[in-house]
Design a protein around this ligand. Structure first.
Ligand SMILES: NC(=O)c1ccc[n+]([C@@H]2O[C@H](COP(=O)([O-])OP(=O)(O)OC[C@H]3O[C@@H](n4cnc5c(N)ncnc54)[C@H](OP(=O)(O)O)[C@@H]3O)[C@@H](O)[C@H]2O)c1
Length: 294
């Protein structure tokens, strides 16, 4: 039995689809089962509730061979550590009690770099990984860079104003990856019972692109002008907080962005084993373009 948390999310929904297509027995943990597709409800067991809740984790892990673990960082949390390690408290207790089989989790790129200790969300994610690893559960922490899919959050300003924006410098090439490529690695590891111990599994996309270069590709694919605009740290924090982030979580996002501009993503060498196949242009054609014309 493979347990999947966050099964309605960008990565989780793709993990579930792959596992079901492969014929695996799947149990999903959903705080709102009404958001699951009819196909998933028909083919998977459903545990209703949040995977932060000890009783839900207890029910979900019953007889589990493997768990797909993803923390949905609460933007209103008191701190990034509370959003990641705090959310994971009940699961870590279950992992320590040997109730999960193996765990494949979503982490972030950056361990071992000079900026890993001041990278906001990523620093907190790596601390959570340490807690999970310390339980002794066999653990693969998938470490992606920024998701191509983040661009979907800007589909309105992209299509109405021709603007892609963010706190990143315009000209620093950074890796980025499609969530579909992360899900493919997760589904494979969840069904492979030969691995043991704790390791990171980096999942990069095939190329590094600056935000200027991303805007140029978006413009080309959508057939309209799109330019990147860097926002100041102050404006970035103010915009996040007016959107509902706590001050600490807004700061955590900014710190992550500053660390990425300063080498957070540069600690891993791109090899066939660490590289997903989807280019940003392909992702724009397959995902962004349909969303932009919807
Ligand atoms: N975005 C990036 O560039 C990036 C880079 C590296 C790592 N990451 C990591 O990737 C993860 C996000 O993955 P994603 O984009 O696939 O997530 P996502 O699409 O935002 O999906 C979040 C999922 O979590 C569920 N959820 C939200 N709040 C919950 C709660 N309180 N209790 C239980 N379930 C809850 C949602 O369910 P509902 O349907 O009920 O809302 C949904 O299934 C985070 O851990 C992040 O740190 C992100």
């Amino acid at each position: 039995m493979i347990v999947v948390t966050a099964p309605t999310g960008g990565i989780g929904s793709r993990v579930v689809r792959r596992l079901l297509d492969d014929g695996a027995r799947v149990r999903v943990v959903a705080r709102d089962p009404a958001r699951l597709t009819p196909d998933v409800v028909a083919r998977a067991e459903v545990v209703a509730g949040s995977h932060a809740d000890p009783a839900v984790v207890e029910a979900a892990c019953d007889g589990a061979d493997a768990v797909f673990w993803l923390v949905p960082a609460d933007p209103r949390a008191a701190s990034p550590d509370e959003a990641y390690g705090g959310f994971a408290r009940a699961a870590i207790a279950a992992f320590a009690a040997g109730r999960a089989g193996r765990v494949v989790g979503i982490s972030g790129l950056g361990r071992g770099t000079a900026v890993a200790g001041r990278a906001g969300y990523i620093t907190a994610t790596l601390a959570m990984d340490d807690l999970i690893a310390a339980t002794g559960v066999p653990y693969r922490a998938l470490t992606p860079p920024s998701f191509m899919d983040n661009t979907l959050r800007q589909v309105v300003p992209i299509t109405t104003q021709g603007v892609l924006s963010g706190p990143y410098p315009p000209d620093v090439p950074l890796p980025l990856v499609a969530t579909g490529d992360i899900a493919a690695v997760a589904a494979r590891l969840l069904q492979d019972d030969t691995w043991r111990g704790y390791e990171e599994a980096p999942v990069l996309g095939p190329e590094d692109l600056s935000y200027d270069a991303q805007a140029a590709i978006i413009a080309d694919v959508l057939g309209r002008p799109v330019a990147y605009r860097q926002v100041s740290p102050e404006d970035f924090i103010a915009a996040r907080m007016s959107g509902g982030h706590s001050a600490a979580m807004a700061r955590g996002l900014l710190d992550m962005a500053l660390a990425k501009a300063d080498g957070l993503d540069a600690g891993v060498v791109r090899t066939p084993a660490t590289t997903g196949p989807t280019t940003f242009r392909q992702w724009c054609l397959e995902v962004l373009k349909p969303a932009a014309s919807a």
